[in-house]
Design a protein around this ligand. Structure first.
Ligand code: NAD
Ligand code: UDP
Length: 328
């Protein structure tokens, strides 16, 4: 099955000006769909959607999803990606993050019911918290701190999953849930504190690389194009398959290994500085993607170095543009 074979749809992407959302909007437009991007620009940027702004099939609505969505558009598909994803941003206003997760999900589900659209929730590996089972299969129930600094996001996303399932059943709305694991690529925001963007920018600017803890904690990094393919396959999957389904790379690396890789790929020898590990930072994380392989015929295709090289090229160009504009 390929997402390329889907009929022409009218698609609403909430969070479409963010990192994943802007890639998704671009891919959908490329495939001939009509796209409405809904975003409050909390962490999204006009820069991410600038290349689509004049496209005849693209519409941008500035809106906060914690408020009900009232507009004339009748989408056939809704992707709910609206939520800050980086700890730095989702911890800045935890109550708003929770409301975005829960009220935002509710408002978009209501809109899906009114429109007759199917709706996909961008959930997260954070629903597993600091996992005791490794790698994490979908049936693992997780180890989440209810009252920690990451809880507004983790518990908000867990509640949104429950809401998606219950609302879908009670109101006959077709829901899908993707549990997204760490994803990286061009258009990540430079200052949002995520590991790949931090390390690349630090190496390119000759700063020390900030490794939290001793760097032995693990993550499995998925390249953005693979993630978008997975999300679209899930949206267009069989009616009786609703998830939750893990989407991510099954290849786990330590954070220190990721730091060394990025340094090697840039050809730099900047020093590494070890800083305290943030509270509740998961020790190991890696998805079991058996379900995605089976139901979506999906697995990531891009190897880590190839993805990192593309991301390094993006940030190099971005920083060259900035220094040229300062010089002008
Ligand atoms: P991002 O911060 O780049 O994008 C989120 C977008 O949502 C931004 O454009 C932001 O302005 C918008 N937004 C936030 N709150 C909103 C609100 N209340 N109303 C309207 N718009 C709002 O993050 P991303 O990495 O693109 O993540 C997209 C989605 O995928 C998020 O839901 C996130 O939880 C999920 N996810 C991402 C990752 C990852 O590694 N990138 C991992 C797990 C889950
Ligand atoms: N991390 C790090 N240095 C940084 C940014 C992040 O060592 O400059 C670590 C962080 O502590 C975590 C991992 O990298 O263990 C992934 O962090 P990120 O914020 O990208 O994602 P998440 O913690 O949400 O998986």
């Amino acid at each position: 099955m390929s997402s390329l074979n889907s009929p022409r749809e009218c698609v609403l992407v909430a969070g479409g000006a963010g990192f994943l959302g802007s890639h998704l909007c671009r891919r959908l437009l490329h495939e001939g769909h009509h796209v409405t991007c809904v975003d409050n620009f909390l962490t999204g940027r006009l820069h991410n959607i600038a290349s689509m702004a004049d496209h005849p099939n693209f519409l941008m609505l500035r809106h906060d999803v914690i408020e009900p969505l009232r507009c004339d558009i009748r989408p056939t598909q809704i992707y709910n990606l609206a939520c800050p994803a980086s700890p730095r941003h989702y911890q800045a206003d935890p109550v708003h993050t929770l409301r975005t997760c829960v009220d935002g999900a509710f408002n978009l589900l209501e809109f899906a019911r009114q429109s007759g659209a199917r709706i996909l929730q961008a959930s997260t590996s954070e629903v597993y918290g600091d996992p005791h089972v490794h790698p994490q299969p979908e049936e693992y129930r997780g180890n989440v701190n209810v009252v920690g600094p990451r809880s507004c996001y983790d518990e908000g996303k867990r509640c949104a999953e429950t809401l998606f399932l219950d609302y879908g059943r009670q109101n006959d709305v077709h829901t899908k849930i993707a549990r997204i694991f760490n994803t990286f690529g061009p258009s990540m925001a430079q200052g949002d504190g995520r590991v790949v963007s931090n390390f690349i920018v630090q190496v390119l600017t000759g700063e020390r690389m900030t490794v939290y803890g001793d760097g032995s904690q693990t993550r499995a990094l998925c390249y953005v194009d693979d993630m978008i393919e997975g999300l679209m396959r899930l949206m267009n999957s069989a009616d009786d398959f609703r998830g939750p389904v893990n989407l991510g790379s099954p290849r786990e690396s330590t954070i220190l290994n990721i730091a060394y890789r990025i340094r090697r790929l840039v050809g730099s020898d900047v020093p590494i500085e070890f800083l305290p590990l943030p509270a509740d930072d998961p020790v190991r994380r890696c998805p079991d993607i058996t379900v995605a392989r089976h139901h979506l015929d999906w697995e990531p295709k891009t190897d880590l170095d190839t993805g990192l090289k593309k991301t390094i090229a993006y940030f190099s160009e971005l920083m060259a543009d900035v220094s040229n504009s300062h010089a002008a």
